[in-house]
Design a protein around this ligand. Structure first.
Ligand code: SF4
Ligand code: SF4
Length: 320
């Protein structure tokens, strides 16, 4: 199985920004420090300086940035409208995406829709009424790009499958739907201990791809014996098949993707290279390293990291 074939290089940098630990949910598979409320949202002046730095340093290799705000629940941030206006004023191609539990009211979403490009509604089955959730977001389907990302919670697996099919049959045609196999805890690469049957069940869940902006797309294609067998690699299935291993490959982490954690530390990857901290948003006295990294891991954990470009036979300079 070979993924070392690229259809294109990404023309944007994906900024995976964990902006706080304030959340109105309490999922058991979430690390406590991701939702304990101790870390507040960034100061808007600091956030604007980060946007300016990214625009300046990535302009030589990228056309725009995707700001993916998460952690705990980004819709609680009062400065969200100002932040959104600012990223567009710096570069009108910039995109604001939120990873949300979708809990805010329909009225809140209707008022907020003009300044949000895309949302990924993370469906946490144990804390969500799927009928009400589908009803609410169907009313917004013409206003925002929406993905439903189903967390396949092993503790309520049958309910998750039932809710998934409800969403599949009732979601507006503009809304995308796909499943997400969960890790034991969010900062660990090990999957929940799914049975073989559960893994096969997840693999068979039908996805819906509509008019979404493809943020988690990967430029890799899958080849078998020289023939392209999968032109659009499905990241969820790739994780379940344990094919998310690019040890020794050149990886465009830090070029395609950068991460800002809730303490304001800027890193090149979400799950990998935890010690490689470039600096902090409060000082910004560092430069982004715009060369690929040689991967030293045997498992590549999160969707943002996996969708980052990787090449096996790369002979240019790399961070080792
Ligand atoms: S909604 Fe997200 S941040 Fe909040 S507790 Fe659940 S997994 Fe954690
Ligand atoms: S683990 Fe990190 S370096 Fe390795 S392929 Fe994934 S994102 Fe790239």
């Amino acid at each position: 199985m070979i993924y070392d074939e690229l259809t294109h290089f990404k023309n944007y940098v994906f900024v995976d920004w964990d902006i706080s630990s304030r959340c109105n949910y309490n999922c058991y598979y979430c690390t406590p420090e991701s939702h304990d409320g101790k870390i507040n949202f960034p100061d808007i002046t600091v956030a604007k300086k980060v946007v300016e730095k990214i625009e300046k340093e990535y302009s030589s290799c990228k056309e725009f940035a995707v700001y993916n705000l998460l952690g705990g629940e980004p819709t609680i941030w009062n400065d969200l409208p100002e932040f959104s206006k600012y990223i567009k004023s710096i570069n009108n191609k910039n995109i604001l995406q939120l990873l949300t539990n979708g809990n805010r009211t329909l009225r809140w979403w209707e008022n907020s829709a003009p300044y949000i490009d895309k949302i990924i509604v993370s469906v946490h089955v144990a804390q969500t009424d799927i009928v009400k959730l589908v009803e609410k977001f169907n009313k917004l389907a013409d206003k925002i790009y929406i993905d439903f990302q189903f967390a396949m919670d092993i503790a309520v697996f049958d309910q998750a499958v039932e809710d998934y099919y409800y969403a599949y049959n009732n979601l507006h045609e503009n809304i995308c739907l796909y499943s997400k196999p969960l890790r034991k805890v969010l900062n660990n690469t090990e999957l929940m201990p799914y049975t073989e049957l559960q893994i096969e069940t997840i693999k068979k869940l039908p996805s819906k791809w509509s008019r979404s902006i493809e943020i988690f797309e990967t430029p890799m294609v899958k080849k078998l014996n020289g023939t392209v067998v999968d032109p659009a690699v499905n990241i969820g299935k790739l994780v379940l098949s344990k094919e998310n291993n690019w040890h020794g490959w050149a990886c465009w982490i830090g070029i395609d993707t950068i991460t800002i954690n809730r303490y304001g530390n800027v890193k090149i990857g979400s799950g990998c290279n935890p010690d490689l901290v470039l600096g902090n948003i409060n000082s910004l006295d560092f430069k982004f390293p715009l060369i690929p990294v040689k991967c030293k891991y045997t498992t590549c954990g999160c969707f943002a990291d996996i969708s980052t470009t990787k090449k096996l036979n790369y002979t240019g300079p790399m961070i080792l």
